[in-house]
Design a protein around this ligand. Structure first.
Ligand code: PEP
Length: 247
């Protein structure tokens, strides 16, 4: 599997922001890693239209567990697929916190994503209080085993380790702390999925930026990044893509 540089635009971006995708692709038309941007749902169809056949995948930031029905305001995995998405981020800590998403719900959403032929990016990670209490590995293990969908393979699931306290704060774990969690997740994936567990990409997320990307990508079992703030600007995300391509 190629490494993956994934960007999460969160609730940012109107049509003018599509220009960032054009600039990114102009600078990185054929990177050695995969590139993915997950804009708000309102931009997915336009983004997918403009990037069709190019080296930039487009993804969603959430999906419902059902394919259709009376769920006002929600979007199904099949709808994301139809709009041109190839991936969907699930269980981001902001969704777990803002919408009370549980591991069971994230797992059901991930299963809906696989049924719609989307690649599920399942997010997990500890709060600062959980890290301080020495609960990081236990928490990450619970989230991994509780959220991973039935039918997960190296091709259809990506894990994003995102310490909650590092998201949008400018703070990052030490490289040793990142290595410890990624090695743990790799071993747990192998237990859960056998041979496929060795191939599942494990992304690091939390204040990745051009200045720290290369050292993070040199850590064992870091197969890419999930990037928030630094994915909004083509120059910053492009620099992260270049660092991953060189890793
Ligand atoms: C994220 O939202 O997944 C994230 C990692 O954000 P940031 O890069 O801004 O910390």
């Amino acid at each position: 599997m190629k490494k993956l540089a994934a960007g999460n635009w969160k609730m940012n971006g109107t049509t003018a922001a599509l220009e960032e995708m054009r600039v990114l692709l102009a600078a990185h038309p054929a990177p050695a890693c995969e590139m993915l941007l997950c804009p708000p749902a309102t931009l997915i169809a336009q983004a997918a239209y403009h990037t069709k056949g190019k080296a930039l995948h487009i993804g969603g930031q959430d999906c419902h567990t059902k394919a259709s029905g009376a769920h006002t305001g929600d979007i199904s995995a099949a709808m994301l697929k139809d709009a041109g998405a190839s991936h969907v981020i699930l269980g981001h800590s902001e969704r777990r916190a803002d919408h009370g998403e549980t591991n069971a719900l994230v797992k059901a959403k991930a299963e809906a994503a696989l049924a719609a032929d989307l690649i599920a990016i399942v997010c997990l990670g500890e709060t600062e209080a959980q890290r301080d209490a020495g609960e990081t590995l236990a928490l990450c293990g619970n989230q991994l085993h509780g959220s991973i969908p039935a039918g997960a393979t190296a091709a259809n699931v990506v894990i994003a380790y995102e310490p909650v306290w590092a998201i949008g704060t400018g703070r990052t774990p030490t490289l040793e702390q990142i290595a410890e969690v990624h090695a743990f997740l790799r071993a747990e994936l192998a237990k859960a999925l056998g041979e496929d567990g060795h191939g599942v990409r494990i992304l690091y997320g939390g204040s990745v930026k051009p200045s720290n990307a290369a050292e993070i990508f040199a850590v064992q079992d870091v197969d890419g990044a999930l990037v928030g703030g630094a994915s909004l600007k083509a120059a910053d995300f492009g620099a992260i893509v270049a660092a991953l391509s060189a890793a």
